[in-house]
Design a protein around this ligand. Structure first.
Ligand SMILES: O=C(O)C1=C[C@@H](OP(=O)(O)O)[C@@H](O)[C@H](O)C1
Ligand SMILES: C=C(OP(=O)(O)O)C(=O)O
Length: 447
């Protein structure tokens, strides 16, 4: 439930080299899914490395409200689930805080149970579009009643007799895909999702891990995922890998801050998530993947990022967008320190995240002296080169953690300090951001 306390203004000023190791928290996408799938499985699922950010804590609370028992003992989260189709009706409104992933996946998971639940969130989440999820959930037989424009608060009446669904997603969204797959778990027969562009595949991998029969195939129609309903789930022991979307912040900070050399160990390089790192390499970043290995069926590496004074602006391939969708705000900061233009097409989805991320970044970058051009589904940052970014501005963060972290990192290398009006949302995904960056040598203060 972020955004409920007083704003936390923060300032970041030019710092010396960033050095050392950055142990970033667990993956947010995998953390949500561990709790939700654990709650849908009879028996005890054990999770270590869970991201204890507010978004995930809100999902844990929600799963308790649907009948799962969840407790943390030592470093391990123990989830005693109720089984597929076994969710109890919550006796109060479910508050998913700031989390699109939380609310959309949970709506999917409960939509084929014979119960009713009402969902709400903070001022950011209550502006975000939910019809993208409730449209396919209606095909299973669920009903949704929300505010105009398909916004939260919203009540979902789960289907009494769910039918399986075949659905082509109209937007590239792992949240929509996952909501349909989770709903399909309690529908007898085969649920099929077709994506035009493949999005992050954590749900598919984890559903298979819990014991579902699920297959994926690339066809002329697109990326086709087929799930058999009513599986026998087996409880799992899950080690959540570290989050590449959080790793992006210390990596990018090191690239733009003079003299830096930072190691970010144990980062999952699932190809559906790693687009930013290849983009940075294309820009000429001194970024290497050390100790490449496989863990839990996923490629993992230690990322080493060193100060890169000669970054060049590039055309970011539109087909890479889904694999780096949450990383465009921090990429635009790196682009400001590169020579020449960085053009980012095919990113309409950025307009419906925790904030309109193109608008939020464009406002703050312009305030910091950087030219930005934008259209509905593209934007271009005109890089000034290292040492030439003025800074000296207070950016509005619009309840968006990634906007707040991005501008604090800009301030580490801009000529004048950068401030943000509210750093509170950082706790949704990266609660140790300030201490981790401070230990590397950053100068971030609450102001
Ligand atoms: O499925 C997920 O865990 C997520 C999917 C993405 O959202 P969309 O599905 O809206 O693209 C991403 O932006 C979000 O941070 C996490
Ligand atoms: C878009 C994000 O999260 P969510 O959609 O879960 O709110 C994000 O973390 O950048």
């Amino acid at each position: 439930m972020s955004g409920h306390g007083d704003p936390i203004p923060m300032t970041s000023r030019k710092c010396g080299p960033l050095n050392g190791e950055a142990h970033v928290p667990g993956d947010k996408s995998i953390s949500h899914r561990s709790l939700i799938l654990g709650a849908m499985t009879v028996g005890e699922t054990k999770v270590t490395g869970l991201l204890e950010g507010q978004d995930v804590l809100d999902t844990a609370k929600a799963m308790q409200a649907f009948g799962a028992q969840i407790e943390k003992i030592g470093d391990t989260w123990h989830v005693h689930g109720v089984g597929v189709g076994g969710f109890a009706e919550p006796d109060n409104v479910i508050d998913c805080g700031n989390s699109g992933t939380g609310v959309r996946l949970i709506m999917g998971a409960m939509a084929t149970c014979p119960i009713t639940a009402t969902f709400t969130g903070d001022a950011s989440l209550n502006k975000r579009p939910m019809a993208r999820v409730t449209d396919p959930l209606a095909l299973f037989g669920a009903k949704a009643y929300g505010r105009s424009g398909g916004r939260l608060p919203m009540t979902i009446i789960g289907a009494e007799n769910p039918v399986p669904v075949r659905y082509a997603t109209p937007v590239p969204s792992a949240q929509v895909k996952s909501a349909v797959l989770l709903a399909g778990l309690n529908a007898p027969g085969e649920t099929v999702v077709i994506e035009r562009e493949a999005t992050r595949d954590h749900s598919e991998r984890m559903l298979a891990g819990f014991g579902a029969t699920i297959s994926t195939e690339d066809t002329p129609e697109g990326h086709v995922i087929t799930l058999q309903g009513r599986p026998e789930f087996t409880p799992q022991t899950i080690i959540v890998p570290r989050d590449p979307s959080s790793a992006a912040f210390p990596v990018c900070a090191a690239l733009i801050t003079e003299g830096s050399d930072v190691l970010v160990p144990n980062i999952g390089l699932n190809p559906t998530r790693a687009g930013l790192f290849f983009t940075l390499q294309d820009m000429g970043a001194d970024l290497t993947f050390e100790n490449m290995r496989e863990e839990g069926g996923e490629p993992v590496a230690d990322l080493r990022a060193r100060f890169s004074p000669d970054l060049k602006g590039i055309e970011v391939p539109a087909e890479r967008a889904a694999s780096m969708i949450d990383e465009y705000p921090i990429l635009s900061v790196v682009a400001a320190f590169a020579e020449g233009k960085t053009h980012m097409p095919g990113v309409k989805e950025l307009r419906v995240k925790e904030s309109d991320r193109i608008d939020a970044m464009a406002r703050g970058l312009r305030g910091a002296g950087v030219r930005v051009d934008e259209g509905e589904d593209w934007w271009t940052v005109h890089g000034l080169g290292h040492g030439n970014v003025p800074g000296g501005f207070t950016a509005e963060t619009f309840l968006d953690h990634r906007i707040a972290m991005s501008f604090l990192i800009l301030g580490m290398a801009s000529n004048a300090a950068m401030s943000v009006d509210d750093g509170q949302p950082i706790a949704t995904s990266f609660p140790i951001f300030e201490s981790l960056m401070g230990a590397l040598g950053a100068q971030i203060e609450r102001t």
